[in-house]
Design a protein around this ligand. Structure first.
Ligand SMILES: [Zn+2]
Length: 85
C-alpha cells in the first residue's frame, strides 16, 4: 500500500515535470513495480510449496522437521513408530 502511494507521488511529480511523457514513464514504473511484486509473491509461494513437500510437523513437539526424518531433531521422538502418512 505504501509502495502504491510512493508510485502515485512519483507519477504525479513526473506529470508535473514532463507532462504526457511523465505519465507514460510513471505508468511504466508502475508496471515494473507490479511485475516485481508478482515475481516476489511467486517466489515465496514456490519456496513455501517446496518447504511443505519436503518437511512435516513433528507429531510430538510440533516443530518443522524433514519428511524423511525417523527421529525428531528437537525432541528425539522416534517417528518410525509414531506415524506413517
Ligand atoms: Zn519433535
Amino acid at each position: 500500500m505504501i509502495k502504491l502511494l510512493i508510485w502515485l507521488g512519483i507519477t504525479v511529480l513526473l506529470i508535473i515535470l514532463a507532462g504526457p511523457i511523465g505519465l507514460i514513464i510513471g505508468i511504466g514504473i508502475g508496471i515494473l513495480m507490479i511485475i516485481g511484486s508478482l515475481t516476489e509473491a511467486i517466489g515465496e509461494a514456490l519456496s513455501g510449496l517446496f518447504e511443505l513437500r519436503s518437511n512435516k510437523d513433528c507429531p510430538a513437539c510440533g516443530e518443522r522437521i524433514k519428511r524423511k526424518a525417523t527421529v525428531c531433531k528437537y525432541c528425539r521422538t522416534d517417528l518410525s513408530t509414531v506415524e506413517n502418512e
